[in-house]
Design a protein around this ligand. Sequence first.
Ligand SMILES: [Zn+2]
Ligand SMILES: [Zn+2]
Length: 409
Amino acid sequence: MKKVLIVDDDQEMRLFLSGLLKDKFQVLEAEDGVQGLALAKKENPDLVILDLLMPRMHGFEVIQRLRGDPDLKGTKVLVSSSKSYAADQATARQAGANGYLTKPYEIDALLGKIEELVGSDQTPVSLRFWGTRGSIPCPGPATQRYGGNTPCVELRVGERLVIIDAGSGIRELGGALLRQAAGKPISADLLIGHTHWDHIQGLPFFAPIYMPQNRFTLYGVHGTTAGFAEALSGQMSPPYFPVDMKALRADLRIMELDGPIQLGAARVTYHYLNHPGITVGFRVETRSCVVCYLSDHEPYGRLNEKGDFSAKEDDDVARFVRGADVLISEAQYTDEEYKYRRSWGHSTFTDVIGLAAKAEVKRLALFHHDPEHNDEMMDRFLEGCRRCIESRGHRLECFGAQEGLRLDF
Ligand SMILES: [Zn+2]
Ligand SMILES: [Zn+2]
């Protein structure tokens, strides 16, 4: 276990930080600069979380003395201070601090910083598909293998649960979470790419969201005609639905994205996609892997006239998913079907293979299957995709996302 030394004269702060970190780290505490320095020399911690204004010796001097000790060369220093002056931040960095957080800060910002500085223990990541179908649920024997539920992907980043999209698949995920939690509180972050019905229709059937002990944060973008929260509550309104959003008793936060977010060990960025209305794709990066999620999207070069502008937009999408360990990408049509579905906002199999190859992703999960594509057809299309990849000489593994399929990183 790595060692973290908390040096802060504020007892409550020490208590809070050690409570937060004690499961993952061996935590040591010191209540002033002199004690902190002595403990650092004795214990050689991996990380010192250091306040600046403390009795007996202030934090700047502690950093200088730490950096003057060759035995502590590997020790990282994260300043945690109420002093927000740029000059103080610069001085601390010049003295040898590796990071600086201004109090009060979000827990996620702290955990992200710690992960960045000493998180070389790779956080295990797993992914599971709970809904893979596009447009409308289509249960039945003909879609049993690839799945009939609309989009929902579960990502486990260490202990942290991240759910991408809340299609009908989230209903069964909710049941599984309740069984695993066995009465304990559940918390998760939900990333919603867009609010077309197939991507949010499962939310009112996600049982944990009705229970007050659970906590969920939903992230999405401001829509064309309504804010994210309004769009979500719109589907739970009369005359379309009997229960409104107020019935969701969990501790619920609905956030509009305005930049990258840090969810524990995962950094999440988003990119606008080409789909009617406002839609974003997600890139989830950890030290172990990169998972990208593009649903729904119609390549600019396919829909508009091919030209420099379309090419630039398509290049931007490729850059966004570059090097992903897994690209979960919608692939709704064959090239033949596309002729009749142009401007519906979706890609073809060959579009997606081209994108994945250009972006040098390692594995491509075909996703958001067309409701008309049964298991037998999907097997055939997948065979065609693999032939296409081989004939073009791409190095790319391609598979069809199936409900229940789990990947570990
Ligand atoms: Zn969709
Ligand atoms: Zn859509």
